[in-house]
Each structure stands twice: as C-alpha cells, then as structure tokens.
Ligand binder design. Structure first.
Ligand code: SF4
Length: 328
C-alpha cells in the first residue's frame, strides 16, 4: 500500500491475548499504525451476537485486552483505540444500513451458515447474529475506512460492507468510501496440543505469562508422533512445534540444524525446542515488562481519549448520513 490509508479493525473482548493473536493480527496492527491512520476497537457489541446469554466479564476482558494492546506496542498517539459500545453512533449507522441491506445478502454469508452449524450450544437464531455483518459494515464505514486488515475467512464480510456502501451511496448520496480488503497473511499458530491456539482449548501461550510457564508449555508441546523415542527420526513438517514456532522464530542456520537433527534423530525434541524457546522468551520479555508497568487506570484513560476521538469522527459522519437521508 503506497498511499496513507484509513484502517479500521476490531477484536472481541477476550481478555489476555496469546501468541496466536499476536501473529494473527496485532503484529500487523503495530506495523500499520506507523504509516496509516488507524482505528482499533474493542468489539464488545459483536461479542453479544454470539454470547448474548452470557455477557459476564466484558468490562474486565476489555481492560485486559487494551493493556495487552499497549504492551505489544499499539501507541495511542499513533492510532485511535476505542470501545465500540462507547460510540453509540455505531448503533444508529447499523440501523440505517440495515434499512438498505437485503436479508438474502446476510443469509448467504458463509460464516453465518458455518457458525450456526458449529456453535450448537448457543441460540444463534437472532436478528443480532444474522445482522452482525451489517454492524461490521457500520464499524468500518463510520470512519471512511479505505482498507480493512482481515484474514481470508473475514473477506466476504468486507465484500458485503462494500456492497452495502454502494447501495447506500446510490440510494442517497455518495458518502462512503468502499473499503478494500487488506488480506493479512498470517502464520498458522498451533497450541501446545497441536490444535489451533485458542483460549477455549486451554492450549494457549499468553503474551504476558511468566517466562518459566512459557518455557514449560513449549517444552511439553506436542511434536511429530514418529519421535516417540529419542532414537526415532521425525519429519519436521509433521511437527506442530516446527510448523508454528521453529519456522517463525529460528534463523535459517538454526532451522537447518533442527531439520537435519530431526530427520536423523541426531537431536532430541527438547534440545530442538530450547533454541526456539530462547527466541520466544526474548520476544516476550519486553512485552511482559511493559505490561507490568501498566495499570487498569492506564487502559481506561486510553479508552476515554480514544472514545472521545472516535465519537468526534462518528458524529461528523452521522451528520452527513442523516442529511443525505433527510433525517433531523
Ligand atoms: S526434533 Fe524438533 S522438529 Fe523434530 S519433532 Fe522434535 S521438536 Fe519437532
């Protein structure tokens, strides 16, 4: 991306963040804030679309997450960090965009179908869940986003936001930019049990947990099952630790040594992992130190300032939107 873009992205309040979150989104955000105008928000209303029956802990999770954002290097002087529910204009824009959004556009959304099939323990037969891509459209169009960083699974939502913007612009007045999808190539981070790293699987390595815990978890992480004994050779590509961690953290010389040692059973798994663990700990040390220097009051102050800034932009957008429709 050459020109300065307006970037908007959010995340549901899930509390403490892990290495999957870091490599999946945050690292990219920290880079984007250097060159673009960025709005990063806690998507607490989005959390309700799938967890409306159990809203407990949103406030605490919000504070924890903002503290982790600050710890990894999101800088409130370079980006706007805010909480979705603190900017009520998002709800108004959601409502007005809902007026122009045909229901079949939402019903054909692939994640709508997938999640209804997968999350069978929840009641997702709600208008809120069906309409959450409209809320996402409101979130990004509000700030005239020109680019939205997403993983491939979220790309259809940005396409939908573009279609909604087009329909609104055509019906009333061309107010909204059509945001481009900024596809983020992210490495696949597996948890210590070899499944996708996730808090709910209890297999995550958190950004701010003590070094000894990170060391212990990674030391015990599953590897290629062929290496049941020290003398059994393995295949690095079939090793979750190799795929998720060695490849990301190790130098090319180290990788060569690990591959060779794995295939020939010249090294043991722990010996192999120790090299990677050293790099992971070195990356996490400054994040942990910064996190320890921050308090909940810091997170709240950042949110207060960010909310005020987001509200100013949102108020300007909504004044134009209302005028275009002919509303007071
Ligand atoms: S030696 Fe290294 S790459 Fe091979 S299975 Fe063990 S941890 Fe994985």
């Amino acid at each position: 991306m050459a020109a300065r873009q307006v970037i908007v992205s959010g995340a549901r309040p899930t509390g403490r963040l892990h290495l999957g979150n870091w490599h999946g989104a945050l690292k990219n955000w920290v880079r984007l804030q250097q060159e673009h105008e960025c709005f990063f928000f806690i998507a607490d209303w989005h959390a309700l679309t799938t967890s409306w029956e159990d809203p407990v802990g949103i406030e605490e999770a919000t504070v924890e997450m903002v503290l982790d954002w600050l710890a990894v290097g999101l800088d409130p002087d370079r980006c706007t960090i805010f909480q979705q529910s603190a900017v009520k204009e998002h709800a108004e824009l959601f409502l007005l965009l809902a007026m122009v959004t045909p229901v079949p556009w939402l019903e054909r959304n692939p994640t709508y179908k997938e999640q209804r099939e997968q999350l069978t323990d929840r009641d997702l037969s709600t208008l809120g869940f069906l309409g959450y891509p409209v809320l996402q459209a409101a979130d990004v169009l509000m700030y005239r986003a020109t680019a939205v960083p997403v993983g491939i699974d979220q790309a259809p939502h940005i396409e939908l936001a573009r279609e909604i913007a087009r329909r609104f612009n055509h019906a009333y007045r061309p107010i909204f930019a059509e945001p481009q999808t900024l596809l983020t190539e992210t490495p696949k981070i597996l948890g210590t049990d070899g499944r996708k790293m996730s808090k709910s699987y209890d297999n995550a390595i958190y950004l701010t947990e003590p070094a000894a815990d990170v060391d212990r978890k990674l030391s015990r992480m599953v590897t290629d099952p062929r290496r049941a004994r020290r003398t059994d050779p393995g295949v690095p590509d079939d090793c979750p630790a190799y795929v998720s961690f060695h490849r990301i953290y190790c130098t090319s010389d180290e990788l060569r040594w690990q591959e060779e040692g794995c295939r020939t059973a010249g090294i043991g798994c722990l010996e192999c992992k120790k090299v990677t663990i050293r790099h992971v700990l070195a990356e996490l040390a400054p994040i942990r130190a910064r996190r320890e220097s921050l308090t909940a009051a810091d997170a709240r102050a950042v949110l207060e300032a960010g909310n005020a800034r987001a509200r100013r932009v949102a108020a300007e957008t909504m004044a134009e939107v209302r005028a275009a429709i002919g509303l007071p």
